[in-house]
Design a protein around this ligand. Structure first.
Ligand code: NDP
Ligand code: 2IT
Length: 448
């Protein structure tokens, strides 16, 4: 892992001091700063104009109380967040996460990553993130609705089609976006379609948004494979998670000829050497909201493993699509030992710094989430375009746009890595090209 230069170390120390106890935020900032040494050498004005500290400080951080009544009519209290990180390139844009592990440090790491990811898409969107420590697991549909309505009671003061446009993330999908949009419409008295993305198709949603993140990750990996004349055809693939991103990574990897042999949830993983059945997985996870162990109960060819790590399953390609830091050094070592040659992140920051270092040292091609999973937010921006023009595109057209965007991001990362003397280093390529785009825009807009 490249060390930080003295000046960048000082910037990093300031971030740590100012944001105590936010380990994930520190990790995300450090990874970007580690890429920037050669940029600062060429463009010292970034340091002199304070761009590094300005880019590491969110524009606005909102924390609020969310009271709601559960099915027993007891009052429940959760905490809500929206971090409006950077709006140099456009309105704040980024998802909402509902998970008990959510605290300010998680939302800040996600918001920080989002700024650079959104810049990579080339679309006019700034970066933000929000969510709550609300745990959707085991809650009734009515409880989910009541929570979403209470959450929006406060969030509605801070968002808008031209200011801040939330979407889904862990624990927030089409159902939750529906309850959030309904409440926003009721509170404001306006049908402001562009205020949220990930909407349903009858109320302003975009075709292919549900599929976009997983499809985009596979398109990105496919571009990496093409450089060596390879494809997904005949490849064994491991996909961690079994939520929105994982399911559509499974679908596209299969469509391109790969065999997805393992998937997981927080209870363990399943292995099905013949290939996981997409329709069964959709029925289990999207409709029944069941546990992944039930897939093995219903399929004699599959086995469920409740302890250990999914990365022990031999594969050619690994697509981590669950959550941050789910792929530690031990996982990387297992993948390397078993001959995995490509890792593309569908999740945000799933690989630890130690795992990335091991991939680099062992020649494993590695695509960081801010590049490889940008298809989701890019298609959200396409949804915003459709809303602004009151139009609705076909699935084929939207998927084609998504693919072009992923091919473009891949090219931008690869070219920037070459330009800065690190061919094949997608981490450096992604960080540098997105940083320069945001930083130059901030300089152009003045000290605000
Ligand atoms: P979902 O809620 O649909 O699915 C999350 C999946 O990850 C579930 O299988 C869940 O298992 C598993 N998971 C979550 N937290 C943990 C944990 N702490 N330990 C083990 N497993 C866990 O979320 P998404 O698919 O939308 O998001 C997955 C990742 O992709 C996240 O990192 C998200 O930030 C990122 N992402 C999402 C985008 C989107 O458009 N949705 C866009 C870009 C990135 P269980 O159900 O058991 O909790
Ligand atoms: O991490 C992400 O990019 C998302 N959760 C999607 C954000 C969005 O606004 O579509």
């Amino acid at each position: 892992m490249p060390e930080l230069t003295a000046e960048l170390q000082q910037e990093f120390d300031t971030v740590v001091r100012r944001n105590p106890g936010e380990a994930e935020f520190h990790q995300a900032v450090r990874e970007v700063l580690e890429s920037l040494g050669p940029v600062i050498d060429r463009r010292p004005e970034y340091l002199e104009s304070g761009i590094i500290s300005r880019i590491c400080e969110p524009n606005r951080q909102i924390i609020f109380k969310v009271n709601w009544l559960d099915d027993q009519n007891r009052v429940q209290t959760n905490r809500g967040f929206r971090v409006q990180f950077n709006s140099a390139l456009g309105p704040y844009k980024g998802g909402l996460r509902f998970h008990p592990s959510v605290y300010l440090g998680i939302i800040k790491f996600l918001g920080f990553e989002q700024v650079f990811k959104n810049a990579l898409t080339g679309m006019p969107i700034g970066g933000g993130k929000g969510g709550s420590d609300f745990d959707p697991k085991g809650k009734s549909d009515k409880e989910i609705m009541k929570f979403c309505q209470s959450f929006m009671l406060e969030l509605s003061h801070h968002i808008g089609a031209d200011t801040d446009v939330p979407a889904g993330d862990i624990g927030v999908g089409g159902r939750e976006i529906g309850y959030l949009f309904g409440q926003y419409k009721k509170l404001t008295g306006r049908y402001e379609s562009g205020v949220l993305t990930g909407k349903g198709l009858t109320w302003g949603g975009s075709r292919a948004r549900t599929e976009a993140t997983g499809y985009g990750t596979v398109f990105f990996a496919d571009e990496m494979l093409k450089l060596t004349g390879e494809s997904f055809e005949g490849k064994k693939v491991v996909v961690s998670g079994s939520g929105n991103v994982a399911i559509y990574a499974l679908e596209k990897a299969q469509q391109l000829g790969g065999t997805v042999v393992a998937m997981s949830d927080s209870g363990g993983y399943i292995v099905d050497e013949g290939g996981i059945d997409l329709e069964q997985m959709q029925e289990l996870k999207e409709i029944r909201r069941g546990r992944i162990s039930e897939y093995a109960d219903a399929n004699p060819s599959a086995r469920f493993v409740s302890d250990g790590q999914i990365w022990d399953v031999p594969c050619d390609i690994a697509l981590p699509c669950a959550t941050q830091n789910e792929l530690p050094l031990a996982g990387a070592e297992a993948l390397i030992k078993n001959g995995c040659t490509l890792v593309a992140e569908g999740a945000n920051m799933p690989s630890t710094p130690e795992a990335i270092k091991a991939f680099r040292a062992n020649g494993v091609r590695f695509a960081p989430g801010k590049a490889a999973n940008a298809g989701g937010v890019a298609t959200s921006a396409l949804e915003m375009q459709q809303n602004a023009s009151r139009d609705s595109w076909t699935f084929e057209y939207t998927e084609e746009r998504l693919k072009e965007i992923m091919v473009g991001i891949h090219a931008r990362c690869a070219e920037t890595a070459d330009e800065y003397g690190s061919p094949g280093d997608y981490v450096r390529g992604a960080n540098i090209s997105s940083f320069v785009r945001v930083a130059d825009t901030m300089l152009a807009l003045g000290v605000i």
